[in-house]
Write a protein that binds this ligand. Sequence first.
Ligand code: GGG
Length: 354
Amino acid sequence: MSGPRAYTVDVIAGDGIGQEVMPAAITCIDAIAPALGFTVTWRDRQWGSDHYRANGRMMPVDGLDQLATGDGILLGAVGAPDIPDDVTLWGLLIPIRREFHQYVNLRPIRILPGVVSPIAGLDELDLVVVRENVEGEYSEIGGRVYRGRPEETAIQEAVFSRTGIERVAKYAVDLASRRQGRLVSATKSNGIIHTMPFWDEVVRECVDASPGVTLESVLIDALAARVVLKPRTLDVIVASNLFGDILSDLAAAVAGSIGVAPSANLNPPRQYPSMFEPVHGSAPDIAGRGIANPVGQIWASAMMLEHLGEPLGAQILVDGIESALADGVRTADLGGTATTTEVADAITRHCLDA
Ligand code: GGG
């Protein structure tokens, strides 16, 4: 490519601490971009719960059309105590994942320097959760009958298609083949007797087509225990939408704090923009105090740079995070006293020294 590489990124800081950690990530990228020869045009989208309170919608009617013209989406957090969680999630996050076929939710989990795991003696961890991101248990199919009566009943259907399982399983198999060659699949085929045996079958077919990769199917309850008790026996985990969400939050807590974990909602064929967000939510209990951990957001931005074709920028950001944490610049969730801005400034300084 000749000339400066120019990217247009839609920024949805969203709710709560999303508004605090997002500027930290933008500051870091703006600091390193000139020396690396690329530019980013940030398109600020003030969508989320405030937009909902003012307009009755989490984003404008043509919000998805607006996002379709960009190269990527950087999301902060969604969720507010006065709005039902299903409204915030289904009004913003889930439509974006679905519209842009972001069927892989990639969630790397590592113990970063200076971060202490709550599991005694665990000082190293490096695993990746590959979560199916557009179908499964997150489904709008179902309903509620006999509202307010003793016989009130809710039905929620899970949707698993061969295409949907195959494409995320192939992604996970490919990733496993480039790491340790070991894939663990989360299942519950003993209790969930239609969708989970189908999931197991299709994942098995995908693994069998890749001779260098071994597969272990593990019941989700046992796998959750293993994430806590023996996390280092895990390398790449592939899981359905709900199981992947829970396992990755759990693994992030095992790695020291959910505040540092990043997440990439990927459209692997790159026909549509992908979206990058921290795993954490809007954390209304600490919002507005300037103490939120910006590392998850900055690490998610590094994943975005990697996806956009700026691997050096991505590496500089990750190295900057590691150096700042190793220096002891940490927010309260990691046992430190630094503010969001102090952590972002320390990371930026390290990035500029790189
Ligand atoms: N950082 C994005 C965010 O706020 N996520 C909140 C959440 O509840 N996400 C659920 C999900 O990823 O499915």
